[in-house]
Design a protein around this ligand. Structure first.
Ligand SMILES: CC(C)(COP(=O)(O)OP(=O)(O)OC[C@H]1O[C@@H](n2cnc3c(N)ncnc32)[C@H](O)[C@@H]1OP(=O)(O)O)[C@@H](O)C(=O)NCCC(=O)NCCS
Length: 151
C-alpha cells in the first residue's frame, strides 16, 4: 500500500535517488540536495513523500504565496511509474491547497514532457508559455508550458 506522508529537510537524502532516476538528465531539471534544502528551509514550502513500507517511491515539493500554490517538483521512481503514485501525490497537494484556502495550483512543465498528459488527466489546463525556458544537452531550448488547476 502506498502512503503519502509529509516530509522535511531530513528526508532529502531519501528523495535524491528518485531525483536522479526519474528526471531525464538531458534537461538538467533534477534539483541538487542543496537546492532542495534551500527550498525546504522556507516555511511556505511542503515536501510530500510517497512510500511503501520504508521504501520511498516518489515525492513532490510545492510552495504557496497568498492564494496560489505552485508545484515545484514531482517525481516517481521509473520502475513504479504509471501506478498512480504521482496522482496520489498530486491529489494530496490539491487537498492541502484546498485546506489552506488557496484558489489555484500552478506549475510549469517542459513542452514535450509526457508529464503534461499526467497533469491534463488530473484537470490542469494550459494557461501560457515561456519561450525557450529550458535548455537541453543537444542545444535545443524547449518552451515551458504553464498550467493551472482551479480549486
Ligand atoms: C510525471 C510523473 C510524476 C507521473 O507519475 P506516475 O505515478 O507515473 O503517474 P500516474 O500513474 O499517477 O498517472 C496517471 C495518469 O497520467 C497520465 N500519464 C502519466 N504518465 C504518463 C506518460 N508518461 N505518458 C502519457 N500519459 C501519462 C496517464 O493518463 C495516467 O493514467 P494511466 O496510466 O491509467 O493511463 C512521473 O512520470 C515522473 O516522475 N516523471 C519524471 C519526472 C517529471 O518529469 N516530473 C514532472 C516535471 S514538470
Amino acid at each position: 500500500m502506498i502512503e503519502i506522508v509529509e516530509g522535511d529537510a531530513t528526508d532529502i537524502a531519501k528523495i535524491m535517488p528518485i531525483m536522479g532516476d526519474a528526471f531525464d538528465p538531458a534537461f538538467g531539471e533534477a534539483w541538487s540536495a542543496a537546492q532542495c534544502l534551500s527550498a525546504l528551509a522556507m516555511p511556505d514550502c511542503r515536501l510530500l513523500i510517497a512510500k511503501s513500507k520504508d521504501e520511498v517511491l516518489g515525492f513532490s515539493i510545492s510552495r504557496w504565496v497568498l492564494d496560489t500554490e505552485e508545484l515545484l517538483m514531482i517525481g516517481v521512481v521509473k520502475d513504479r511509474q504509471r501506478q498512480k503514485i504521482g496522482s496520489s501525490l498530486l491529489y494530496e497537494t490539491i487537498k492541502n491547497a484546498t485546506t489552506g484556502n488557496r484558489t489555484q495550483l500552478f506549475l510549469e512543465c517542459r513542452e514535450g514532457n509526457k508529464a503534461i498528459d499526467f497533469y491534463s488527466n488530473i484537470g490542469f489546463q494550459p494557461i501560457g508559455r515561456r519561450k525557450k525556458y529550458y535548455s537541453s544537452d543537444d542545444g535545443n531550448r524547449p518552451d515551458a508550458i504553464t498550467m493551472s488547476y482551479i480549486i
